[in-house]
Design a protein around this ligand. Structure first.
Ligand code: PSV
Ligand code: MN
Length: 424
């Protein structure tokens, strides 16, 4: 389905008066509104190729209608999102779920939609039909050298696909670990993993980054070989300057202080990328900002502060990706909501009065510190975010327009009701 520009224009014209009223109030409330709008225009969040179909749980999967049947259709879907919000200008591929058969054509198609390729993801957490050896007992950590070799080669294959598409980073997430005490020699598992990662790192082009994602548990339930940020940090420190930790918001033990983790990783120059999602109990893959918007704001507060302290470019120096794939919502609507939630948290973090906060911190004025942060969090930035979208050529109300234009119904008509996208 194509989303013609004039339809977005028409929608914006209809909503303009109300938008301008809300915007002028927001601008009067937020001191640096213009600078924030500029930063929002530049900020892009990559869409995962595995989130365009309805996600499953271990109890089953209820496929939605009109799910993309091929990589080309996935790109089309991300193109639709980007046309609506102008903030989803990249796609992150998972291989082998989405192997580009004709990389040139795929790259050209993506470019037509204004999309780039963000990090490519390897998959050694599932066995593929044509695979010689099993990952049942881990991949890069495996006690069997042959399995480790196979997993290393897969990662190198993924890098090759990424190079063809113009991607510049590899995300490695390992489900490696153990389910029972005694199953694994922790030190040996670590050494094997490190050795394997070294080989993968060496295969990356000089301009590439490696993101090593950690996760506390699942699918292994006793230990995970890259289980937390400390373990990821330990690996990436040894791997080299272009190896970084990736923070997936759903991968922590309950009540972990993620904002502090982010602050320290950034300070240590080892924060590389993000997987946004939200959760209540575990790795729930809920819409970003749906459950704990204050936490998301506090994370962005540290990100903005930490990036500015190091003079980083907010839009380009870290990898911003969504990793959520919900099982009861329309995936495209869910992604529109996630991007909006992320943009709001970012805008609020940009509006924090940093000078005042620093002064209050310097005299341990705890009450004032809280007031400053919560004032930013409680300020309605929706019109500011909408204005950034408008200036970039997107829709004032992407979700509203998505429904008004019956995008899902159109996709079902084109693709059918019983389509199932690749992914989890
Ligand atoms: C694992 O839970 C994860 O967060 C990793 O990023 C995977 O690549 C992705 O989800 C899809 O399984
Ligand atoms: Mn993830």
């Amino acid at each position: 389905m194509q989303l013609e520009k004039y339809k977005i224009q028409q929608h914006n014209d209809d909503l303009l008066t109300g938008h301008q009223r809300r915007l002028s109030f927001a601008v009067s409330e937020i001191e640096n509104a213009e600078a924030i709008i500029q930063k929002l225009v530049d900020f892009q969040i990559a869409i995962p190729s595995w989130a365009l179909g309805t996600g499953g749980t271990r109890f089953g999967r209820f496929a939605g209608g009109g799910e993309p049947r091929s990589l080309e259709e996935k790109i089309e879907d991300v193109g639709l999102l980007h046309a609506l919000n102008q903030a989803s200008g990249a796609i992150s591929l998972h291989i082998p779920w989405d192997i580009p058969k004709d990389a040139k054509a795929i790259k050209a198609l993506a470019a037509q939609h204004g999309l780039k390729f963000d990090a490519v993801n390897s998959n050694t957490f599932q066995d593929q039909a044509d695979q010689a050896l099993s990952y049942k007992f881990g991949s890069l950590q495996n006690v069997d050298k042959g399995v480790r070799k196979q997993a290393i080669e897969h990662n190198i294959e993924v890098i090759k696909h990424g190079i063809e598409l113009g991607s510049e980073s590899l995300t490695v997430w390992l489900s490696d670990g153990s389910c029972f005490p005694g199953q694994l020699n922790f030190r040996r598992a670590y050494q094997n993993t490190l050795e394997s990662l070294h080989e993968i790192y060496a295969a990356m082009p000089d301009n590439w980054k490696m993101f090593l994602e950690y996760k506390a548990y699942e699918p292994n339930f006793y230990s995970t070989t890259v289980g937390d940020w400390g373990q990821s940090y330990s690996y990436v420190q040894k791997l080299g300057d272009r190896a970084y930790t990736l923070v997936d918001l759903g991968h922590h033990l309950p009540n972990a202080n993620i904002e502090q983790i982010v602050a320290l990783l950034l300070m240590e120059e080892k924060l590389g990328g993000f997987h946004f999602n939200d959760s209540k109990y575990g790795d729930d893959d809920l819409t970003a900002g749906a459950m704990k918007p204050y936490q998301l704001f506090l994370i962005f507060n540290e990100l903005v502060d930490g990036m500015d302290a190091r003079g980083l470019n907010h839009a380009t120096d870290l990898g911003w990706m969504i990793d959520a794939s919900h099982n009861v919502k329309d995936p495209l609507e869910d992604l529109l909501q996630s991007v909006e939630g992320i943009m709001m948290a970012y805008a609020q973090a940009l509006s924090v009065d940093r000078k005042a906060l620093e002064e209050a911190q310097a005299i341990s004025d705890v009450v004032r510190c809280q007031e400053i942060l919560q004032n930013a969090f409680r300020t309605d930035v929706r019109a500011i975010v909408a204005e950034a979208r408008l200036r970039a050529g997107g829709a004032l109300n992407p979700l509203g327009l998505f429904r008004h234009l019956k995008v899902r119904e159109n996709l079902i008509a084109e693709r059918g009701l019983k389509t199932v996208a690749t992914g989890l």
